[in-house]
Design a protein around this ligand. Sequence first.
Ligand code: ZN
Length: 486
Amino acid sequence: MAEQATLFENGLIVDGSGGSSWTGDLLVADGRILRLGEGLRGRLPDGLAPDEVQAVDCRGLAVAPGFIDCHTHDDAIVLRTPEYLAKLSQGITTVVTGNCGISLAPYATAEARPPLTLLGADSFRHPSMAAYRDAVNTARPALNVAALVGHTTLRFATMDDLSRAASPAERAAMGALLDAAMADGALGLSSGLFYEEAFAAPAEEVTALARIVARHGGVYATHLRSEMATILEAMHEAGDCAFEAGVPLVLSHHKCAGPTQWGRTRETLPLVDRLAERQDVAMDVYPYVAGSTVLREDLVDGVIDVMLTWSAPHPELGGRMLSEIAAGWGVDQKAAARRLMPGGACYFQMHEDDVERVIAHPRSMIGSDGLPHDRHPHPRLWGAFPRVFARYWRGRGLFTLEQAVHKMTGMTARNFRLAGRGLLRAGHAADLVLFDPARIADTATYEQPVSPSVGVAAVYVNGRCAYREGAAQVLAREGRMLARGA
Ligand code: ZN
């Protein structure tokens, strides 16, 4: 019967639900989980002979659903570098693209402008989600891809002037593009109202689009209009928008940014809990005190540390601190930033206590927010998921192993409507990660950000082994475009 059957024996089964783990076996055939239990070798299904089954000894290892990175800007990198070791080596088997209002599809242009350039300037050639889906499936990446549709991308695709609200005709055009993308399997809508190119959009513009998402059963994820002084107002705006439209809400990379805002997760997290009493709401978070985005003068305040991640006019300065560059040039940091644009930076804008509170919150999921095109990227690109185990589970004991895995798998699949993934269940896709709970850790740092994690023993995507610890290259490319499920 089965073409390829694999029996994972004597592993610590952490099934993604957040429930207790147990020691046992998992049988996989034809890319799917066939059954879970103890002593499965002695009771294989009819028609499956023991010599047809490849056994994998999992003693000392946790066996978990492959991690789902729900906050990525991986739209173009999965086409350009389908091996994508940065993510696979963390145990990630699915990436959710199109976050922060910025998606590769549906939009075709020869010359993309910021902030779309976060995805690489020359990659915008997919006028529909169907075209992007076909491109992903042709590229055959090592991990699965599921896509949000970016509000800012829709504005670029339909408007000539982004410094204003969309007209009724432009709203209709955005709605038609979104409706078609949802019909093609997109997970939902994302917005990045913080960015200048979307900031002029009133709440009604987004709510109208979110209503289309609601009709398709999708989700709305938002990079809030502000993560600084007016964050509570921005959260109310997002909450009302999703509530009125009738869609589940995800607050992207939740944080309180800037020293004047430190400690305010004591206000924002209770607001999340209050919103949750009337609507479906979740958050994603990355486990670092530095954020990273394009180089922006308004984020350079002379107080927080800023590290350059790339610069078009000065590529040789990637990885250097802005304060040093400014001192060397004899100018202030804002002036130095202007000379370095267009570029990107890490902003050390959060307090560790806030990061811990968000990560520990029962409604937070892990998302890397890694920027794969940066010359000297934020270390979250290579290390976010293992770091949660090393620093916040083993180091700080903020939650159990099972809860940590749940924040990366079952909770994420449910919130992003990824059916048949995120849990170890018979019939689910065999996306698996085998890791050593005592050893799993990130090695990527701000100084040396390109560095694979340790303790991730093996990663399986759709039933095939795609990665083994220490392997310099991926072993299989079995990923595919995933459509929104129930
Ligand atoms: Zn964002």
